[in-house]
Write a protein that binds this ligand. Structure first.
Ligand code: XMP
Length: 319
């Protein structure tokens, strides 16, 4: 019987068998798949695992610190954190084309990851959080936007002499199985059931040019929205929910004072496969509370809108 405990046991045995005494490198993003791989490999080979976590400055509120606390402090996993916000934002400066932004973020990620990786001695294996649907998807050779980051690890310019082989312990598993073994390995419920977050992060949720000030506003708005979704029980009823920063200004009024500030759009969708999605019919009371909180608590925002576009024709992300 394939209980989560058996799957974990089997995966651990296979990893040990495959890598022996060699050192393994893992790109940790904080997402479910790479987190489960980190927990699994740590259980299997302990200190033979080194993770590289690239903070690109486009993560959610406190996300970088949370990843470090969870893996480095709590679990004792070796994690190298690369604080690369400045590098990413410098490269993105002045660019507003969505595809070019994605390329810049992807290429910079590879560059930073490779640089960190080449500083680690004696690595023979690269671990990846590839899951079964990724295998199917890349076999179908679609554009594979969602897995750009994962595939980057293996096409990146890792030094030739490192000759890394791939270890992909989740390759035969579906998402729900990955979640179950995440829980089995002791990862917190919130981490295991977190909504998906795109590799380019807030870079595709700040429309047009990415600026640090925009990212700061968006992080705070998104955190309020997610907090209220949790509090109302709607986080679990939606497949993905997030705030989007619109770099347009709108007039508002607080007391006697006129404000002329930015706009935040809220997005929430229900979907099974992320190929099609319906906008979530969140209760008006919830939307009202989130809107009031965002406008009152964040001085750079004067208006909040709710996105009522389904996919198709709209995509889930705005860029
Ligand atoms: P769209 O916007 O294409 O999104 O309807 C479908 C799913 O894919 C995620 N997404 C991405 N994930 N890199 C990623 O890793 C990307 O460039 C990317 N673009 C979209 C999106 O969040 C949604 O879950």
């Amino acid at each position: 019987l394939w209980t989560p405990a058996r799957i974990v046991e089997d995966a651990i045995a296979r990893v040990k068998d495959t890598v022996g005494g060699d050192h393994v490198l893992l790109g940790l993003s904080g997402g479910v798949d790479s987190s489960v791989v980190a927990a699994l490999l740590h259980r299997a080979i302990g200190d033979q695992l080194t993770c590289v976590f690239v903070d690109n400055g486009l993560l959610r509120l406190h996300e970088g610190d949370q990843v470090m606390e969870m893996f480095a402090q709590n679990m004792g996993v070796k994690v190298i954190r690369s604080d690369s916000e400045k590098l990413f934002l410098d490269r993105l400066a002045g660019e507003s084309d969505p595809e070019k932004k994605r390329k810049i973020i992807g290429n910079t990620f590879i560059e930073v990851f490779d640089q960190e990786a080449s500083s680690i001695e004696g690595v023979r294996w690269l671990a990846q959080g590839t899951i079964y649907p990724d295998v199917i998807e890349s076999a179908g050779a679609k554009t594979g936007k969602a897995h750009v980051i994962k595939s980057h690890h293996n096409v990146g310019g890792l030094p030739e002499d490192m000759a890394l082989s791939l270890v992909e312990p989740l390759r035969e598993l579906f998402k729900d199985e990955v979640r179950k073994i995440g829980l089995e390995l002791g990862l917190p419920h919130d981490m295991v059931f977190r909504h998906p977050f795109p590799g380019p992060g807030l870079g595709v949720r700040i429309l047009g040019e990415v600026r640090h000030a925009y990212a700061e506003i968006l992080r705070r708005a998104d955190a309020i929205y997610i907090e209220e979704l949790h509090a109302s029980g709607w986080y679990e009823k939606t497949s993905q929910a997030f705030a989007v920063f619109l770099p347009v200004k709108s007039v508002g009024v607080v007391g006697d004072a006129r404000r002329y500030e930015y706009v935040i759009a809220l997005r929430a969708v229900e979907t099974v496969d992320f190929m099609t999605a319906r906008w979530a019919h969140l209760p008006y009371e919830l939307l009202e509370k989130v809107s009031n909180r965002i406008i009152n608590e964040i001085s750079g925002v004067s208006r909040v809108t709710y996105d009522i576009s389904s996919k198709p024709p709209a995509t889930i992300e705005w860029e």
